[in-house]
Design a protein around this ligand. Sequence first.
Ligand SMILES: NC(=O)c1ccc[n+]([C@@H]2O[C@H](COP(=O)([O-])OP(=O)(O)OC[C@H]3O[C@@H](n4cnc5c(N)ncnc54)[C@H](OP(=O)(O)O)[C@@H]3O)[C@@H](O)[C@H]2O)c1
Length: 332
Amino acid sequence: MIKILIVGYGNVGRGVQMAIERNADMELIGIASRTPERVKKSVGEAVKVYDIKEIANWYKDVPADVAILCGGSKSDLAQQTPVINQYYPTIDSFDNHSQLPEYFHLVDEVAQKAGKVSVISLGWDPGIFSLERVLANAYLPGSRAYGFYGLGPKGGLSMGHSDALRTIKGVKDARQYTHAITEAIDEVRAGKNPEFSAGDMHSRECFVVLEDGADAEKITAEIKSMPGYFAPYKTTVNFVTQEELDEKFKGFPHDGCVVAAGTTGSANNSALIEYHCTWGSNPEATAQVLTAYARAVKKLTAEGRKGAFTILDIPASYVSPLTREELLAKMM
Ligand SMILES: NC(=O)c1ccc[n+]([C@@H]2O[C@H](COP(=O)([O-])OP(=O)(O)OC[C@H]3O[C@@H](n4cnc5c(N)ncnc54)[C@H](OP(=O)(O)O)[C@@H]3O)[C@@H](O)[C@H]2O)c1
């Protein structure tokens, strides 16, 4: 059995707990949290809950093969992964793409010193979409792999952008749906390898609940001009009541695709690679990916490997519960 410690208990943390139950070769050994009393209320007596701050006192009694870190990328993971990796091999879902190279080197240094494995930035993007981009680019030299998100009519819920809306004064609650611009996908599929700016590929739709007395016009202007998050995009803002938001928009649905188009051999033969994911729950899907890689971490650790790894460095056979013979017979 692969013994797993969950670190951080939010949407992804709950998803990892459920994912462990779905994998017969894994068991949950405990949950570590900054707010252990909150977690105890939620999980009851069945699971042991630890205070992260006290890790030096309890880690010897908690022999986990891997700690899956489920904290937020914005301010938790860059602090927590280097600390937890002193005690356990780790997996995390750090998803700030622009800071990823710096994060890799920070974690690699820590993991090399600690003599432990640390797999960073797992999930679907970064994560499985990163792998698909690299493979498509290698199979079709000269092509570019594009990522589109929110393919269906409802779009995909962006948790980061929803959080950004909630930071605005006067906003009580909010959800943000990303929509892929279908004409842009068509251009990529046609093999044009277009030069896009962010706003050419996606638009953003906001559903906002106002605090009493808040100025809707001022808040709309503030949203539309928010650098990075909304300013580069065509953004629509809809004001709704809390009841409408809760009733109409449930869960964390998301979807997306990686698309790369080019040619093979003779330049006349077109080639198109597409990889799609559709998630009823983004955090649960992310958690399934993180949890599957616990197998790889155990195997890498058994080989004496150490340092930081990404999904690009890990063979698929290390992630599968199947034996080599089963893989050869059923999956090739
Ligand atoms: N790579 C990908 O494809 C991908 C996709 C989706 C998400 N992600 C990443 O996953 C991260 C975590 O997402 P999430 O939805 O799980 O975030 P979240 O629900 O906000 O949880 C983040 C942390 O906040 C704390 N927390 C959660 N609920 C709380 C509450 N009610 N009261 C007090 N503390 C609470 C927990 O830490 P403590 O238990 O220590 O308090 C938890 O680990 C995101 O920041 C994102 O970076 C990656």
